[in-house]
Design a protein around this ligand. Structure first.
Ligand code: CTP
Ligand code: MG
Length: 227
């Protein structure tokens, strides 16, 4: 089957507080979005790349990203809506490899390990993940006093890419959204639909650029990747 990367890139980047959506900030001479697109285009097992951008987004054209061998769709209100718009471009037997625009530091070898799940009949698909490092505290939603300490054993950070058969993922996302579930990643929709989802232990360098302090860190990881 074909592997098609779907990149949600239609967010506004409110936590970054920059003058533009964070995917258009420049790291080592290239925008974050271009780093991410290039990383996926360069992977030998990825056949096609679909990018979801915001309808009013002028940066995408001004950075000449349309010249790349990609397909472009309109993003939606939430991340899951953007992903769904991208998945709609895939064919019946394609596998979707969904990857945040805000994660330019993803490593080739981790993508390869994830795609290898295609041959694993015990799971519907899987995601990159990394073990939680800090001690985790539960706090009542109303306050700032600790209610208890969570057992960190078996807790993971969900990263992207997340990799599933397009047909199953599309149905799971539509169903999850229709049920009003909080679908913050593809795996959560698949879990809700009752599928088994594998974790692939991946590099913690695959950060989601979120706050200003993440920018120099990502520049460092990108330099390491290409050195
Ligand atoms: N995204 C999207 N469509 C949306 C919201 C988010 O395609 N409606 C994308 C973002 O562009 C990003 C990825 O989903 O690549 C992960 O989202 P996040 O890191 O939360 O980015 P933003 O939503 O842009 O940032 P913030 O939450 O700080 O506003
Ligand atoms: Mg967001």
């Amino acid at each position: 089957p074909r592997v098609v990367a779907v990149i949600p890139a239609a967010g506004v980047g409110s936590r970054m507080q920059a003058d533009r959506p964070k995917q258009y900030l420049t790291l080592n001479g290239k925008t974050i979005l271009e780093h991410t697109i290039d990383a996926l285009l360069a992977h030998p097992q990825i056949d096609d790349v679909v990018v979801a951008i915001s309808p009013g987004d002028a940066y995408f054209d001004s950075h000449k990203l349309r010249d790349k061998p990609i397909r472009v769709v309109e993003g939606g209100k939430e991340r899951a809506d953007s992903v769904l718009n991208g998945i709609m471009m895939l064919s019946e037997n394609d596998w979707a490899l969904v990857h945040d625009a805000a994660r330019p530091c993803v490593e080739d070898t981790d993508i390869t390990s994830l795609i290898a799940l295609m041959g694993n009949k015990d799971v519907a698909g899987g995601i990159l993940a990394t073990p939680v490092r800090d001690t985790m505290k539960r706090v009542a939603s109303s306050g700032n006093v600790i209610s208890h300490t969570e057992d960190r054993d078996g807790l993971w950070h969900a990263l992207t890419p997340q990799f599933f058969p397009a047909k199953l993922l599309k149905a799971a996302l539509l169903d999850g959204l229709a049920r009003g579930a909080n679908i913050t990643d593809e795996a959560s929709a698949m879990e809700l639909a009752g599928y088994k989802v594998a974790l692939v232990n991946a590099s913690p360098a695959n950060i989601k650029i979120t706050h200003p302090a993440d920018l120099p860190l990502a520049e460092f990881y990108l330099k390491q990747k290409f050195s």
